[in-house]
Design a protein. Structure first.
Length: 388
């Protein structure tokens, strides 16, 4: 066991159960069966015991506890209560850590919302996706817009101030006008945080077999780009500012969990498919519950992969994650930290990116422009390639 405890800044717990598996979803999820909840919660505890034998963790600087999924709101209140109490025992979580949970609208009642508050959750991420029932149906979501509205009211009545509304865009059937309606309704609900993800068609998902949806995305690149621009414009005009490619908040309501990820700081994930990043290593757990259970019951860590990051990988990770943030990366600090010579070959390349209005530099920060945000991964990969 390593002698120095790893100072963990964010803890992630994955709850894989969903009322129904959405056709576009590539997360570690499975159709809910409430009879499996207790067993899964026990497995989480065993995973913690196993990993604690290999590494020591220090939670005294923990900024965030995040229960994500899947759909954590499939857990009954007494199950959630047990989970929260267990987390508080293992980690001695500091009083000022942000507690977040993801909910789906069909699960939220007044009682559920009130209980979340008494358990200490102050930030809720609600999987609204759209307020348009036609879109919700074509995305094969389980809920209807009326349930999202009811949930938002219940959460607000319970005193949840830090609400994230999770939306999707860029899918077959959506138009600029219907997106504008979704954005307007989102703004009217006055949330402090909004996440907006474009639909991507991932391998091994049901949507990957749908030629119509795939072709629509391929043929509508320009429309999707203009949808993205309208999202940034409309939310920012409403005082909900972009701080990452897909995330927007009112000042002071940025997700603490997300910031830890994008600033390449230490986080620990427990559960099926959960990822972790600790000092110079990162790993991910297996994505199938059966594999997770078998590994743990044989007293093995349920790892899908584990890698030690060398200096090049750490540099590229810093670049890729840092550029996703609206604030960008502090160039001098980045060059110094990664021992990149002042004569770095980026100069001409950056000029070209600036001329194409993909990046900008101000006060020593290198940032993506709104146009560049859409190509964040491509730009950071090409910048990294010029350093190698
Ligand atoms: S509810 Fe969310 S996590 Fe579950 S299958 Fe649908 S998109 Fe995936």
């Amino acid at each position: 066991m390593s002698r120095e405890p790893v100072s963990v800044l964010a803890l992630y717990i994955h709850i894989p159960f969903c009322g129904k598996v959405c056709p576009f979803c590539s997360f570690a999820v499975l159709k809910d069966n409430p009879a499996r909840h207790q067993k899964y919660l026990e497995l989480l505890k065993l995973e913690w015991l196993l990993i604690s034998k290999t590494l020591q963790f220090d939670f005294s600087c923990l900024k965030s506890v995040y229960i994500g999924g899947g759909t954590p709101s499939r857990l009954k209140l007494d199950e959630l209560n047990g989970l929260v109490h267990w987390i508080k025992q293992i980690g001695k979580v500091p009083g000022n850590a942000e507690w977040s949970i993801e909910l789906n609208p069909e699960d939220v009642s007044d009682e559920y919302a009130q209980e979340l508050v008494s358990l200490g959750f102050e930030r809720v991420s609600l999987g609204v996706q759209s307020f348009n029932d036609r879109h919700l149906q074509s995305l094969r979501r389980q809920h209807q817009a009326a349930q999202s509205r009811k949930s938002i009211k219940a959460l607000s009545k319970a005193g949840i101030e830090n609400l994230n509304i999770d939306l999707m865009f860029g899918f077959h059937g959506q138009t600029i006008a219907s997106l504008a309606e979704d954005l307007q309704e989102t703004i009217d609900w006055n949330p402090n945080h909004v996440s907006v993800y474009s639909l991507t068609i991932e391998p091994k998902t049901a949507l990957n077999r749908n030629a119509l949806w795939k072709t629509w995305i391929d043929e509508n690149e320009a429309l999707i780009a203009s949808m993205y621009r309208s999202i940034v414009e409309k939310l920012e005009r409403a005082g909900i500012f972009q701080y990452e490619v897909s995330n927007f908040s009112r000042t002071g309501f940025e997700s603490q969990q997300n910031l830890v990820y994008w600033q390449c700081r230490n986080y620990l994930g427990l559960g099926v498919g959960a990822h972790s990043y600790c000092n110079t290593a990162r790993w991910g757990n297996v994505k199938r519950l059966i594999d997770y259970q078998r590994a743990i019951e044989s007293e093995n860590l349920p790892r899908d992969y584990y890698e030690e990051l060398d200096s090049t990988m750490r540099r590229d990770e810093d670049l890729m994650l840092g550029l996703r943030l609206k604030s960008g990366i502090p160039l001098d600090e980045f060059f110094l930290k990664h021992k990149i010579p002042a004569s770095v070959k980026w100069n001409n390349y950056l000029e070209a990116l600036e001329q194409n209005m993909l990046v900008e530099q101000s006060s020593g920060q290198l940032k993506l422009t709104p146009k560049g945000m859409l190509l964040a991964d491509e730009i950071s990969s090409s910048l990294a390639a010029t350093l190698s």
